[in-house]
Ligand binder design. Structure first.
Ligand code: MLT
Length: 329
């Protein structure tokens, strides 16, 4: 065997040994420095709120700070692409959701990542029911008047959303396909800024995750016509369900979940999943999420396996919904 080949083999051997050693040391000593959690939308919105609440407690369990980095754009797919391409060493994770890790697939034919194969699922952080919302002086006293207004004037009504593929875009696309209306769409970097525009009356309505709007609805700065779940939400007991309000076919909830880049070592994935699980079992963290109307995963809805299955089924479900709704038709 040539000296050159022998040297190359030896070098490779050393490399493997050091990676193995680093992995063994890393997993044991993980995390040895703060962990970045990418939030693919603007600060102050629902995904940011959920990330900061669970991140607070995960930091305690991991013994290192979880630093939130807001990476906005393209309905959340810019941040998700950043997370896919990040080093799979456990120091970068993402708070993704039903949009970035399901609805984006049928909406972006050239999506730079595959939610099923390019990420290690860590676990669902919170289910987030969807509300049909409007500016406070929208000329409708209830959902049926609202839908009449929408059908009569959809071309002149402005619907806010957080970018194509976001939860607010996708869930209002579903509403639009049920009501057969196509409003003027106004995109924002997240529903945090979209909510500000709704409160200012710059846009007419939007569909959003409850965790973003509870206090505004309670304060009367925006209107909530209905919640798209089977039962009313204890955080907003006066808001009727879509069934009670006369639109039973509109039922939808979103979810926010933690993912790591593909190939993140299993012991590191286990530590992250354990930290998330402990956050979801912590009374204070639970109260903060429940007060915002979250639907917390329990039992076998928690953890990497459940999230992996959820992503697969949601990609299938939203592919059918979006094909039927036909954005751009
Ligand atoms: C946000 O955090 O702004 C939302 O999750 C955006 C969305 O998907 O509607």
């Amino acid at each position: 065997m040539s000296v050159r080949k022998l040297t190359a083999l030896l070098a490779a051997g050393c490399l493997l040994a050091s990676a193995g050693a680093a992995f063994a040391q890393g997993a044991n000593g993980y995390p040895a420095r703060p962990v970045t959690m990418i939030v693919p939308f603007a600060a102050g919105g629902p995904t940011d709120v959920v990330a900061r609440i669970v991140g607070d407690h995960m930091s305690k369990t991991l013994g290192q700070q979880i630093i939130i980095e807001n990476v906005t754009g393209a309905g959340g797919t810019t941040g998700a692409t950043r997370a896919k391409r990040a080093a799979n060493d456990g120091y970068t994770v993402i708070m993704g959701h039903m949009g970035t890790h399901a609805a984006a697939v049928p909406l972006y034919p050239n999506l730079a990542y595959d939610p099923v194969t390019d990420f290690e699922p860590i676990g669902v952080a919170a289910g987030t029911p969807i509300l049909i919302l409007a500016k406070k002086d929208f000329p409708a006293k209830d959902l049926s008047e609202f839908t009449k207004q929408l059908k009569a004037n959809s071309a002149t009504l402005n619907m806010a959303h957080a970018g194509v593929g976001s939860v607010s875009y996708t869930t209002c696309l579903l509403l639009g396909s049920i009501l057969d209306v196509k409003p003027t769409e106004v995109p924002y970097k997240g529903t945090g800024p979209a909510l500000n525009a709704l409160m200012a009356g710059q846009v007419d309505y939007m569909c959003d995750q409850i965790v973003n709007v509870v206090s505004q609805v309670q304060g009367g700065t925006i209107r909530a016509y209905a919640i798209a779940t089977e039962a009313r939400n204890p955080a907003l007991p006066d808001v009727p369900t879509t069934t009670e309000a006369g639109l039973p076919e509109y039922k939808v909830s979103a979810w926010n979940a933690v993912f790591a880049p593909k190939g993140t070592p299993q012991p590191v994935v286990d530590k992250l999943a354990d930290a998330l699980d402990k956050a979801l079992s912590d009374e204070t963290t639970r109260k903060r999420l429940l007060d915002l109307g979250s639907d917390l995963p329990e039992g076998d809805r928690r953890g990497p396996k459940a999230l992996g299955q959820l992503v697969k089924s949601e990609v299938e479900r939203w592919s059918k919904v979006i094909k039927a709704a036909g954005p751009g038709n």
